[in-house]
Design a protein around this ligand. Structure first.
Ligand SMILES: [Zn+2]
Length: 299
């Protein structure tokens, strides 16, 4: 490794932002960038945003030898194709790997964004040393990543771990995925914002003590969150469940209450073992994991 450069770029393409880092070694972040992802303007605009992001590293004269990309949606990591992504306009079988390799002439890997996040937290963050790690990103939607028996779990099509679409109310709210009552309809940043007439989740959480309407929204959030977490704990039997994404800061004061509920409602052995905590790298987990996966997949 590293005849030309030991620096890898990690890009995390979300519904609104494109975040990037230049990673040296396992943990040294040389530079961090964040620009609009333009995901609602179609694939070509996202391609331009990716070029703009990578150019920022070139302008800073950071030589890199590979690029890892994390993107929301169902990803075929063998081909580096994003099959579809609910929060991205007109995305169908987008060949991200080919595009970026053509534009920059270095090897590129592509993986789902939450899989990248769990990979980073497992390799060098809050999940380090564990064999079974579940990560949930509570943002525009809810993403999920799974480390099971000491490896990243992808499933038959690479879509495993879409925990936001774990249905918690069979007759519940309809979801764009086609199912009803999906977890992300109740516990994503979008769900909180919709219930609070557009008020940000941060404000809803911080003012729940003084605004009764917000208290009710948070109470229901916690109720639904606990239902999902008990199910997830029982299905995967993880040592640790990590929470990341925009809602996590507000949620942290309820973490003890949520942990207690999961520990007392999951299978006894599962409840006794599992720990629930926030991610170490917060909004950098995705880009850091994209870089780590590039190192693993391309070297
Ligand atoms: Zn769904």
């Amino acid at each position: 490794m590293g005849t030309k450069s030991s620096v890898t770029l990690g890009l995390d393409i979300g519904g609104t932002k494109l975040k990037g880092i230049a990673l040296k070694g396992r943990t040294q972040i040389l530079k961090e960038i964040s620009i609009p992802s333009r995901a609602n303007e179609g694939p070509n605009e996202v391609r331009s945003a990716i070029k703009d992001a990578i150019k920022l590293f070139q302008e800073a004269e950071i030589p890199f030898s590979s690029i890892g990309i994390g993107c929301a949606g169902s990803v075929d990591h063998h081909r580096g194709v994003v099959r579809n992504s609910p929060n991205f306009a007109d995305w169908k079988n987008i060949p991200l790997k080919d595009w970026v390799e053509l534009d920059f002439n270095v090897p590129v890997s592509v993986e789902n964004d939450a899989k990248c996040a769990v990979f980073a937290e497992w390799k060098v963050g809050a999940g380090e040393g564990h064999k079974n790690v579940v990560l949930l990103t509570l943002g525009t939607g809810i993403g999920g990543g799974l480390i099971l028996d000491g490896r990243l779990f992808r499933g038959a099509t690479g879509t495993a771990g879409e925990l936001g679409h774990f249905s918690i109310h069979t007759e519940g709210l309809p979801c764009p995925c086609g199912n009803r009552g999906c977890f992300e309809r109740y516990c994503s940043a979008t769900a909180v914002k919709n219930q609070a007439n557009g008020i940000s989740p941060k404000d809803v959480f911080s003012k729940a003590g003084i605004v009764p309407e917000y208290k009710k929204i948070i109470d229901e959030f916690i109720y639904n969150f606990q239902i999902a977490l008990v199910g997830i704990a029982n299905v995967f039997d993880p040592e640790i469940i990590l929470l990341g994404g925009a809602v996590t800061d507000g949620l942290s004061i309820y973490l003890e209450e949520i942990s207690h509920h999961v520990k007392t409602h999951a299978f006894p052995a599962v409840g006794e073992k599992v720990t629930i905590k926030t991610t170490q790298f917060k909004n950098l987990s995705g880009s850091l994991g994209a870089a780590h996966l590039a190192l693993e997949l391309l070297q």
